[in-house]
Design a binder for this molecule. Structure first.
Ligand SMILES: Nc1nc2c(ncn2[C@@H]2O[C@H](COP(=O)(O)OP(=O)(O)OP(=O)(O)O)[C@@H](O)[C@H]2O)c(=O)[nH]1
Ligand SMILES: [Mg+2]
Length: 459
């Protein structure tokens, strides 16, 4: 690992966001962190201080006082990176931050690259790769649900499980490779039945993780919700009431909304991207409106969830075209009967009784909107992935898991057809490779640079 470029340097960066604040933190990590700061901090002999202590004093560049600061000391290996780390808390002025950085660089530190602290934590074995990537997700998390999945992954989540499976697979692989050395003698060290069981177990975990990606992805990036329905159904009114503001124009003229409008709301810790669309009707001679209708249909197909809104005063819900579209595309949808304030609620429920999924609301009078929100949240969690269970959110992991899945099928087919040990060993190696890619046992400098370059500087 030591051959990575710049690995030996002591790195420095501002760890707090740019701009003015109450305090700012400059972080150093590397073998010279203590001597560098020691030279800038005359009031105490830092080299004699124990780990996990804090010290107040002036930070000086030669005779010039830069700031009065607080130092937090972390000696290797008990630090975030696993190396010697010092955090300098100074006053939150960008000018002071720059002065502190310059002084550290003058004494031999180098400016850290994005994510380099976390990269070092990974290289020192403090975190595996999946955990390190979860650190970036944790920083970026902006809802309760995305925070929870990132935290779970950072604390080991599924990588512990994958590592355990990988170790068991390595043991089998070693036995099979051993058989190859004795190929003349026709011996079997690896119990094929047990091996088959292990492969099924890995396959189960892999399939489950792959399936969780859809949900993981919506948790991370938000659930797109297309509000679809005939002109005048009240789609824009619904958007406004969900947002609690007059975002879209509402009028009694059918065909008011021409273009799609998107806004974001947070319901129960989940981010929803609401999309108000142009009302769908087949026979419009208005070119702009029909372009809008086209766009609505596209948005509907792309959405994670469709709210199909209808006016409860309509004689009967035309379940024709849209339902086919929704179901053909495997879309998740909720039927929403609007304008319940205009009719007798009980009668309406009886009239539409055959629509078992329907929710009845009045967008205009703000009736049962909470029920609709609950149903939207339920629609996201449906599919059984809940609470503590592991959810993957990272596209890199998803692709590695997919490849693993393919190699597992090959191994199984190989076992079924009593494939020779050397060919089986190849498939196993392929599977091990992808497993290791997720947790970082298998990695190269380019992949690492790519992953960590997406972090912010100072992390
Ligand atoms: N009584 C009643 N009227 C409503 C309700 N929701 C919307 N309306 C009215 O229905 C009319 C159409 O509402 P919009 O929200 O513009 O309908 P839309 O579906 O966006 O229509 P287009 O953009 O033309 O497709 C307006 O006059 C609204 O005030 C409701 O719950 N009850
Ligand atoms: Mg509208």
């Amino acid at each position: 690992m030591n051959k990575l470029t710049g690995w030996d340097d002591t790195i420095v960066a501002v760890a707090t966001p740019p701009g003015i604040g109450a305090i700012g933190i400059i972080r150093l990590s590397g073998k010279n962190a203590f001597t560098i700061v020691h030279d800038l901090f005359p009031s105490k002999d830092l080299l004699q201080q124990p780990s996990h202590t804090i010290h107040v004093g002036f930070l000086k560049d030669g005779e010039k006082i830069i700031d009065e600061v607080v130092l937090s000391l972390f000696k290797a290996p008990r630090s975030y990176t696993g190396e010697d780390v010092i955090e300098i808390s100074c006053h939150g002025s960008p000018f002071i931050h720059q002065q502190v950085l310059d002084a550290c660089i003058k004494k031999g530190a180098r400016l850290a690259k994005p994510g380099e602290f976390t990269q070092r934590a990974f290289l020192q074995g403090k975190l595996d790769l999946a955990q390190a990537e979860a650190v970036a997700d944790l920083i970026a998390s902006n809802t309760e649900a995305s925070h929870k999945t990132a935290l779970h992954a950072m604390r080991g989540g599924f990588s512990t499980r994958l590592k355990e499976l990988r170790e068991r697979l390595i043991r089998f692989s070693a036995l099979i490779e051993l058989e190859l050395d004795f190929s003349q003698e026709d011996v079997e060290f690896a119990d094929r039945k047990k091996f088959y069981e292990l492969i099924s177990e890995i396959q189960q975990t892999t399939t489950q993780l792959i399936a969780s990606f859809r949900l993981g992805n919506v948790i991370k990036n938000g659930v797109s919700v297309a509000i679809i329905g005939k002109p005048n159904a009240g789609k824009s009114t619904l958007l406004n009431v969900l947002l609690n503001e007059d975002r879209a124009i509402v009028s009694e003229i059918p065909g008011t909304t021409r273009d799609t409008i998107e806004e974001v709301i947070n319901i129960d810790g989940i981010l929803f991207r609401l999309i108000d669309t142009a009302g769908i009707r087949q026979h419009t001679h208005d070119v702009i409106e029909s372009a809008g209708v086209e766009r609505s249909l596209v948005k509907m197909k792309e959405a994670n969830l469709v709210l199909y809104l209808f006016d409860v005063r309509d004689g009967k819900l035309e379940v024709g075209g849209w339902k086919l579209d929704v179901e053909k595309n495997g879309l998740n949808y909720l039927l929403v009967g609007n304008k319940i304030d205009e009719v007798d609620e009980k009668e309406a429920r009886i009239k539409f009784a055959e629509l078992d999924k329907a929710v009845f609301i009045s967008a205009k009078k703000n009736l049962h909107i909470e029920v609709l929100k609950e149903r939207m949240v339920d629609a996201v969690w449906q599919g059984g992935v809940q609470g503590e269970s592991t959810i993957i959110t990272n596209a890199r992991h998803y692709h590695a898991l997919k490849e693993m899945g393919k190699s597992l099928v090959d191994i199984q087919n190989g076992l079924d057809s009593q494939l020779s040990g050397d060919l089986l060993a190849l498939d196993i190696r392929r599977c091990l490779h992808y497993l290791g890619e997720i947790t970082g046992e298998v990695s190269n400098e380019d992949t690492l640079d790519y992953i960590f370059s997406k972090f912010c500087i100072g992390k």
